[in-house]
Write a protein of this length. Structure first.
Length: 492
């Protein structure tokens, strides 16, 4: 990978990662307060409204954001057309939900439908609506420090407002108010920071071209939605609003390992776009991102399985029913970061047919697996939330199948990654650390979940680092040295 690409990518990833760490810390600490005020039922209301809105939001799944990021040198007309098209499609989503409300009332309560309408209105101003174009321009320019700062301010404000609203009225509407505040802050921020803004320009010809290009991504986007949302649909239908509220939180917690490296994954698309000049550059870019996933996200996923019982008991005592769901989502937690990083190669390499196959394959897998496993677990076990365990397992199987599609369609003939060198030692270290943590915990048998959490976390982390340094020291030091060299200011 060329020096300019490497420098821009790593600096962007560095600032984006710092911002995401800040967001993660704030979200975690303030989230403890939020979800000790908000019940699973209340979270289920918000999650159901979001689910309804996301079903109708499929009409704007034309990959317009990805097309703008991948464009080599978009002019003002291109930028403006993308903006007005995004806003129009987002507005259409709101209108469709309002029109379909009588039919939706056959399946959902009035409060759930109202929540969906409110979320659809807010979505007009989000990253696929009015904020899309300026945010995409900032991403193209790799101004991740600005984006990280905006997101940190927005998420922190959202959680503070949610805490205040929940103290007054601990329902799903408290979550909605905070969500609206976050959207407004991001909207104002990206419009203020972007060097290029949309204008009162629109080209029907370019809009048709975008839609034609986006049509190739439509099935991939639809498949992604089914792969990541059909489990919510079936859980809500089989087990009800409370089970969905628990599952929604378990799903969010299962993404914590990916959130740790969110800054790296966030720069994968523009990094690949700049590194596509030759096979060697692209191989180096993909290998660097896979190294981060293997060294950080992979052990974090194992660690989450280890500490899940104490994590919920100590920090979220009203949410302990989500423990099994968190553990069952381990496959999802392991493979989702890799799929997200690889998937951004499709538009970069102009292989949108792979994205389409990826979407279709994941759709079929999730539809079959989630239906069978959710209904099966619901009937086999007495717990009212047992169906969610089946959905969690189905989510993991779906992303495993998706990874296989992406590997064969995007990686096998375009890059020369040495997968054993990247993943073997971190996988071994994670497995040994998992066994050690459970063993130490069983030997000590702590009475307090707080003590148990500390014991498991410390023993897992220590053993993982020792094994990693014993077998993979040179590769680890090499990556750290590379990052430091790129981040160090160059002498004039």
């Amino acid at each position: 990978m060329g020096d300019d690409v490497a420098s821009q990518a790593v600096r962007g990833a560095f600032f984006n990662t710092l911002g995401n760490y800040g967001i993660g810390i704030a979200a975690f600490l303030l989230g403890i307060a939020v979800y000790n005020l908000i019940s699973p039922e209340a979270n289920g209301l918000f999650a159901t409204g979001m689910l309804i809105m996301m079903i109708f939001a499929r009409v704007k799944l034309w990959g317009l954001n990805a097309l703008l990021i991948a464009a080599e040198d978009p002019d003002d007309l291109e930028i403006s057309t993308q903006f007005w098209l995004s806003v129009s499609l987002s507005t259409l989503v709101l209108l469709l939900i309002v029109i379909a409300s009588p039919l939706l009332s056959l399946l959902y309560t009035t409060e759930q439908i109202l929540m969906a309408v409110a979320l659809a209105f807010i979505a007009i101003f989000e990253h696929e609506g009015a904020a899309s174009t300026p945010q995409n321009i900032l991403m193209r320019d790799m101004r991740y420090g600005v984006l990280a700062g905006l997101n940190f301010a927005a998420v922190t404000a959202m959680l503070v407002v949610q805490i205040g609203a929940a103290l007054v009225n601990p329902t799903g509407w408290a979550l909605l108010i905070g969500y609206a505040v976050k959207t407004v802050i991001v909207l104002i921020g990206v419009w203020w920071a972007t060097p290029r803004r949309p204008k009162l320009l629109f080209s029907m010809e370019r809009a048709r071209r975008m839609m034609r290009q986006g049509a190739k991504l439509l099935w991939g986007g639809l498949g992604t939605f089914l792969a990541y949302r059909y489990d919510d649909i079936i859980v809500q239908a089989v087990s009800g609003q409370r089970a969905l509220g628990l599952y929604d939180r378990a799903y969010s917690w299962s993404l914590m390992p990916m959130a740790i490296i969110g800054g790296i994954l966030g720069v994968s698309a523009p990094t690949y776009a700049k590194a596509r000049i030759n096979r060697a550059s692209l191989t180096e870019a993909v290998t660097a991102i896979f190294d981060v996933i293997a060294l950080i996200a992979l052990p974090a996923s194992f660690g989450l399985v280890v500490v899940a019982p104490e994590f919920t008991a100590a920090l979220f005592p009203d949410w302990t029913a989500a423990t099994g769901m968190i553990q069952m989502l381990v496959l999802y937690s392991l493979f989702r970061p890799m799929n997200d990083s690889i998937g951004s190669l499709a538009p970069t390499l102009d292989r949108v047919e792979v994205q389409r196959l990826y979407g279709i394959t994941q759709s079929v897998t999730m539809l079959v697996a989630a239906t069978v496993l959710t209904l099966g677990f619901d009937r086999l076990f007495a717990s009212p939330t047992a169906g969610a365990l089946g959905a969690a397992l189905a989510a993991g199987l779906t992303v495993v199948v998706g990874f296989a599609v992406l590997y064969h369609g995007l990686l096998r003939d375009t890059v020369d990654v040495h997968y054993a060198q990247v993943f073997a030692v971190p996988l071994l270290a994670s497995a040994v650390a998992t066994a050690a943590a459970f063993g130490v915990h069983a030997a000590v048998a702590p009475l307090s979940p707080w003590v148990g959490l500390g014991i498991k976390f410390a023993s897992f982390s220590l053993v993982y680092l020792l094994v990693l340094l014993a077998f993979n020291r040179a590769r680890l030091i090499g990556r750290i040295t590379q990052v430091i060299a790129i981040l160090r200011p160059k002498e004039a």
